[in-house]
Write a protein that binds this ligand. Structure first.
Ligand SMILES: [Zn+2]
Length: 301
């Protein structure tokens, strides 16, 4: 839907008719409001566009109707549930988690709530309705199941890192090597620094679901990086949306794999020169800042 922005403002009637057809054909829970292809071209919704969607029931042209429930479905929980389900099954299929290990969440645009995978259910047995909606106060808003045991650190990330809209926690293999070595991964590649940050640091051990682990996660978040290693546990990847978070999962695994093999050769290792590291990390921080500004803008509207 984000890519329909100019279309909606340029030819409102046609936009409404097309949207009505899609809603009739696919259902409100299948229409995603998020981004276009964010790997190459991030298109985030503007506050004007969010407002236009909110106003659809009141402002639709004659003969075309939208309900408030449909608008809630497009903007809020339903779309988020579909995304969480999709990405949790991708990480399971691609071997970044086993069984019900790891978890996936996405922030619900404009709300202090997130959609997150439930606890202890195999990803391939999940349906959209099994995904939980939880408020920032940790209270379940929707869903029959218990939310992931790690919901606490997901909420803490969203509260402390306003640039983040999506989180994937995995137990991926090569990153896990460095969690048991308790060894951060330095800046080895341009693409790594550009997307993950200038270091992949280790968050000290805490038992799953414990307040200690939440506190340990929070203690590292101000390095502005998008990837962390959880000591003797797994990895934590953040992004502007789930497509970015997944790309970061993959990039982390590739980086960890190369670092593992390089260390095994027992030769001198090089990192990228500091001035370039700063340039690439600066680009990532700019992108984060833009997202923080966009959200502030929506909030003050
Ligand atoms: Zn875990």
């Amino acid at each position: 839907m984000a890519m329909w922005d100019s279309y909606a403002f340029g030819n409102y009637r046609l936009f409404c008719r097309e949207l009505r057809d899609i809603l009739d054909y696919a259902g409100a829970d299948k229409v995603l409001f998020g981004t276009d292809n964010p790997i190459f071209n991030t298109v985030m919704p503007t506050k004007e566009y969010i407002q236009l969607i909110k106003d659809l029931p009141a402002n639709s042209p004659e003969g075309i109707e939208f309900t408030k429930e449909e608008v809630d479905g497009i903007l809020g929980g339903n779309a988020a549930k579909v995304e969480v389900l999709k990405y949790s099954q991708i990480i399971a299929k691609e071997g970044y988690v086993i069984g019900s290990g790891g978890n996936v969440s996405v922030l619900i645009e404009g709300e202090e709530a997130l959609a997150i995978t439930p606890s202890s259910i195999d990803y391939f047995n999940l349906t959209e309705n099994d995904i939980c909606i939880v408020g920032f106060d940790s209270k379940p808003v929707e869903g029959e199941h218990r939310p992931s045991i790690e919901t606490g650190f997901h909420i803490a990330v969203y509260k402390n890192r306003l640039d983040v809209n999506a989180i994937i926690h995995t137990h991926q293999t090569f990153a896990s090597v460095f969690t048991v070595l308790n060894r951060p991964i330095p800046a080895l590649f341009d693409e790594q620094v550009l997307h993950l940050g200038n270091i992949i640091d280790v968050i000290p051990y805490g038992v799953s679901g414990s307040p200690d682990l939440v506190q340990n996660v929070v203690s590292k978040l101000d390095n502005d990086c998008n990837c962390y290693l959880l000591q003797n546990h797994g990895a934590l990847c953040l992004g502007l949306d789930l497509a970015q978070a997944l790309r970061n999962v993959k990039l982390l695994e590739k980086t960890a794999k190369v670092y593992y093999y390089a260390l095994n050769l027992e030769k001198e290792l090089t990192t990228i020169p500091k001035p370039y590291e700063d340039v690439f990390f600066g680009l990532l921080k700019n992108e984060q800042q833009k997202e923080i500004e966009r959200k502030k803008d929506i909030k003050t509207k």
